[in-house]
Design a protein around this ligand. Structure first.
Ligand code: GLU
Length: 453
């Protein structure tokens, strides 16, 4: 079987670190199985869906390294949904209902007051043609419900009807269709709710695996029934846990700061974001993984935990630093150049261990080219004057620092911090930073001499 998966976001906002988990899970699954990954915009809500958001989602995915094999928009596929709705109507499985939202709410409260589950009683199935015509005459438009197969021919006598599937994340799952209301598939205004278009597309596009958040578990029993009613074999399902903050709060309130766009703008590496998103809430250690292929080897749907995936956005800093510390020059050269840091490989290899973000390299660029502010302490003045005289002749190489400090030690008797620190501060304006032995050749003789008193 060739695997086909899809990521189906609604382009009604920017995506955040929680929303990219299904995208990454689907992408890694496709990568590992040689399957096809479809980006399918769930944009049937024409009012709320915006092209701007769809473009931003595509851009965010590309930045993360997710490159869809195919991109579709549900708003361009209405004819298919209309066709499927007709098939269901003809089979008597999609029926018109005229209750208003208020009427339905009153019925639900009544049922609750009587201690009954607030399940729709299928009253609309009893409507005669005259009654329907009267409603239509009053200007009411029907919404359409799917008749769940939870009865033996008489829809008013339901019986326990278990729908089961083996979920690749959650194991064996069962939903009793008798506990559910017939789902509305089409609203009064003729627009589709998410359910039918999603199923029609999954069938039409040959989707073999549906990997999505566990907020959809409850819908799955209904969806399996609709797949079957349309004569299709349901796909394999996998419902992953949802990302929350450490104290268990959902991401909705913090999604601005955690949007992929703002994480990108804050200078985080895509693989730091992807590593955190994929490995959090699984049995794997949360580590910085440098490539998608390697992340694929650590990822397994079955290793996703059943409890929520708690994370701390602060963890991104450590993961990011880890990636930057080991990043090859070829991967950053262009980015450094675009930041005005036009350097060769030795610069990057010298400074990367002190950078938490690639953009930190600017600090060391500044240190090398100056000016640096280096207030010299009075007690170091004489020592630094000696240093100017003892600076070895010839090219400044990675050997120079060792030679220079040995001479200084012999001459002044200073050692350890008392020896290195005044030099470091005078030459870099900082108390910490990359190895001085590597910094010296980058700073160069002229700057070294100019920075010593
Ligand atoms: N648009 C739906 C969502 O974002 C898609 C769910 C699905 O993958 O079936 O939750």
């Amino acid at each position: 079987m060739t695997v086909t998966v899809r990521f189906a976001p609604s382009p009604t906002g920017f995506i955040h670190i929680g929303n990219i988990r299904p995208a990454l899970f689907n992408w890694l699954f496709a990568l590992k199985t040689g399957g096809t990954f479809i980006l399918r915009f769930d944009d049937t809500d024409l009012e709320r869906s915006k092209e701007e958001y769809a473009k931003a989602i595509e851009h965010d995915l590309a930045w993360l390294g997710v490159h869809p094999h195919r991109i579709d928009k549900q708003s361009e596929r209405f004819a298919l949904y209309d066709e499927a709705a007709d098939v269901l109507r003809k089979a008597g499985l999609l029926y018109p209902c005229y209750e208003t939202a208020d009427e339905l709410e009153r019925r639900r409260s009544r049922a609750r007051a009587l201690g009954r589950p607030p399940v729709y009683d299928r009253a609309a199935l009893k409507l005669t043609d005259e009654e329907k015509a009267r409603f239509e005459g009053e200007g009411r438009k029907p919404h359409w419900r799917f008749l769940l197969p939870n009865h033996d021919g008489d829809p008013f006598t339901t019986r326990r009807t278990d729908v089961s599937w083996t979920d690749m994340c959650r194991g064996s799952q069962t939903i009793d269709l008798a506990s559910l209301s017939d789902p509305v598939l089409i609203r009064e205004d003729g627009t589709y709710l998410y359910t039918l278009p999603s199923i029609v597309d999954d069938i039409d596009m040959g989707v073999t695996h549906v990997i999505r958040g566990e907020d959809h578990v409850a819908n799955t029993g209904v969806q399996i029934s609709i797949f079957k009613a349309l004569g299709a074999e349901p796909p394999v399902f996998a419902h992953h846990n949802l990302l929350t903050t450490r104290d268990g709060e959902g991401l909705s309130k913090r999604k601005g700061a955690l949007s992929i766009g703002s994480l990108r703008d804050s200078g985080y590496e895509p693989m730091a974001v992807a590593s955190l998103a994929v490995l959090t809430g699984s049995s794997q250690a949360v580590e910085a993984v440098p490539t998608m292929t390697e992340l694929g080897t650590r990822f397994d749907l079955a290793s996703i935990s059943r409890s929520s995936a708690k994370f701390d956005p602060e963890d991104l800093n450590g993961l990011n630093a880890k990636l930057v510390h080991e990043m090859p020059f070829s991967q950053v050269q262009e980015r450094l150049f675009s930041m005005g840091v036009n350097v060769a490989e030795p610069f990057w290899l010298t400074v990367r261990g002190n950078c938490s973000k690639v953009s930190d390299a600017r600090t060391y660029w500044q240190v090398i080219h100056g000016p640096v502010s280096s207030a010299v302490a009075e007690e170091d003045r004489e020592f630094l004057a000696a240093a100017v005289k003892l600076l070895p002749e010839g090219d400044i190489t990675t050997e120079t620092w060792g030679e220079w400090t040995s001479r200084l030690k012999a001459e002044t008797g200073r050692k350890g911090k008392g020896l290195f620190m005044p030099l470091r501060k005078a030459l870099t304006g900082m108390e910490h930073g990359p190895d001085m032995k590597d910094m010296l050749p980058l700073i160069g003789r002229q700057n070294i001499q100019a920075r010593l008193p």
